[in-house]
Design a protein around this ligand. Structure first.
Ligand code: CA
Length: 234
């Protein structure tokens, strides 16, 4: 079955290029030029992935993403104008899965789309597929690998795909120190496209979600200048 891709971009030539390229690659793209159109299309038929321009004439792409995030974990790739570095971090904090800075090649975009859909289909390491939760020793976490969910003190954490992968890596070896570049290598399929400080942004967002469950605890330890590790308990 063809994967439905919602493409939201107000620049007609860019939109046409993306739609054409995705069709050529065997996807089923749905193009929208405004945020309102995108909201209607998303509600009528939820897509498998969204490509979202940040600067739209009617709505802000980040606001659109936040709206969808309340009800859906659909992967989102943001398109940003050159030099919108601050926006990159904001976008990652609200649960974007990837970024492309204009101008980009349609081939590069298709490669990102395929990579994200691949890891959404198989968010766990092959061979570790299990219907049973695995509980990292001495931590309050439970990994439900086949559902790509992580429980914290029994509560399901509302994680983005990237947050899930980061926390999953940390949970595999509590106490082990991971540098930012190691986390990028393990949690991103194309680590060279990620910035080290985007790891910080994801960790910040993860911590907020963990605090929502247990405000008194901070199970992720920051090792200044080194990276992050999951604290070992008891
Ligand atoms: Ca635009």
């Amino acid at each position: 079955m063809k994967k439905r891709i919602l493409v939201v971009e107000d620049e007609p030539s860019i939109l046409a290029n993306i739609v054409y390229s995705l069709e050529t690659e065997g996807f089923e793209p749905q193009g929208c030029a405004t945020g309102e159109q995108a909201l209607a299309s998303f509600a009528a038929s939820p897509p498998d992935l969204v490509i979202l321009d940040v600067g739209l004439p009617d709505l802000n792409g980040f606001d659109l993403c936040r709206t969808w995030r309340q009800q859906s974990d659909v992967p989102v790739i943001f398109l940003t104008a050159r030099g919108q570095e601050v926006d990159r971090v904001v976008g990652l904090e609200i649960g974007a899965d990837d970024y492309l800075v204009k101008p980009f090649s349609p081939r590069e975009l298709s490669a990102r789309v395929r990579a994200i859909l691949r890891r959404c289909r198989a968010p766990m390491t092959p061979g570790r597929l299990t219907g049973h939760p695995s509980t990292p020793a001495n931590t309050p976490f439970q990994l439900l690998e086949d559902r790509a969910q992580i429980l914290y003190f029994g509560s399901t954490l509302p994680l983005s795909a990237t947050e899930f992968r980061i926390l999953r890596v940390l949970c595999q070896h509590p106490g082990r120190l991971y540098s930012r570049s190691q986390l990028m290598d393990q949690a991103w399929t194309e680590p060279e496209t990620a910035l080290e400080r985007t790891v910080d942004a994801h960790i910040k967002s993860l911590r907020a979600k963990l605090r929502a469950v247990r405000p008194d605890l901070d199970p992720i330890e920051t090792r200044r200048g080194l990276g992050y590790s999951l604290k070992e308990h008891g």
